[in-house]
Design a protein around this ligand. Structure first.
Ligand code: MLT
Length: 334
């Protein structure tokens, strides 16, 4: 062997060895167990609102079960549809997921002329969160002491009362539109980028009322900054003492709540969907977790109603419901 060959042979052999080793490792890397790095959940509203609060709550438990970090990314705008469009275009590898809800996953196609995603085609349902009933809120010291007084005023002066919403197509907007059309009154809606800024203006007296989820409203009513006039649930709630339901007197049969779920971009492998949904079912078995949610007025659903198939059927039925509500209420697409 000439000295040159003697020099390059070991180097060539070691390079070949590394190449073969790397090739041999390829399938192992591709099949890394899921999850093996942080997962991002996109919340399509500002931080501090009800969607953000419940998502952080659920994410914390699911990440404990998975033994893996879940990062919340707030991508607000256009009633949550900006965040939805972003996730619809994300890599379907299970590391970017969407916190969808009543508005973004059911009502949006009937509210927006151009929507940059299709809830049914661009996403696969993963699991459904607990539901959150809503509260009719006014600022503390408001001249309206009951829901009847507020609705009577809206009847006498159509369009005079201003209702804050978390944006067109947000669940606070949808519930308020549903309330207006059921009560046959007209409000002027003022859209914000999320519940947080709408609530600040409600406290400051810039708007007259809003409907919002119990989880974020509760500390404000307990702290005396806002007054709850009525709930939109069937049963009364201990944490809102002496607050009646709209269905008891003003609007028999009127119920409203916000539902949420985790959705993955279409193409996400089934094993990823199964892993996440099983982790959530495990979290639901933790009484400390579910007890803390119930204390915020949140309605924890049983395991058989929260899996991917149940969420798929439920999302489809909600799309049918909201198409009708939006058409009946005559809400023009934006
Ligand atoms: C909604 O009304 O859709 C949400 O409450 C918005 C938010 O979480 O801020």
């Amino acid at each position: 062997m000439n000295p040159f060959n003697a020099f390059i042979w070991p180097a060539w052999r070691s390079a070949l060895g590394s190449l073969l080793l790397a090739t041999a490792m390829q399938p192992a890397l591709a099949e890394d167990p899921y999850p093996s790095r942080p997962i991002t959940w996109v919340v399509p509203f500002a931080a501090g609102g009800p969607t953000d609060a419940i998502a952080r709550n659920v994410a914390q438990r699911v990440s404990t079960v998975l033994g893996n970090t879940i990062v919340i990314e707030n991508v607000p705008g256009a009633g949550g549809t900006v965040g939805a469009a972003k996730v619809a275009r994300a890599r379907p590898d299970g590391y970017t997921l969407f916190v969808g809800h009543t508005g973004t996953m059911a009502a949006a196609p009937y509210l927006f002329k151009t929507l940059k995603y299709d809830p049914a085609k661009d996403f696969v349902p993963v699991f459904r969160f607990p539901d959150t009933p809503m509260v009719l809120l006014v600022k503390n010291g408001s001249r309206f002491k009951t829901a009847t007084e507020l609705l009577d005023e809206a009847r006498k002066n159509p369009g005079k009362l201003t209702f804050g919403t978390a944006g067109v197509g947000s669940s606070s907007h949808l519930a308020a539109e549903h309330l207006a059309s059921t009560a046959k009154v007209k409000f002027t809606f003022i859209p914000y980028k999320g519940t947080g800024p709408a609530m600040s203006d409600l406290m400051g007296g810039q708007i007259d009322a809003m409907l919002d989820q119990t989880n974020v409203s509760l500390p404000q009513t307990q702290g005396g900054r806002l007054t709850a006039l009525a709930l939109t649930s069937r049963a009364r709630m201990d944490m809102f003492p002496n607050v009646p339901n709209l269905t008891e007197r003003e609007l028999p049969g009127f119920l409203a709540f916000t539902w949420y779920g985790i959705y993955a971009p279409t193409g996400t492998p089934q094993n990823v969907v199964d892993t996440l949904s099983k982790a959530y079912t495990k979290a639901l078995a933790d009484a400390e977790f579910t007890g803390a949610l119930r204390k915020q007025g949140i309605d924890v659903l049983p395991a058989e109603r929260v899996g991917p198939e149940a969420l798929k059927a439920f999302t489809a039925s909600e799309a049918v419901k909201w198409e009708k509500v939006i058409k009946d209420a005559g809400i023009p697409p934006q």
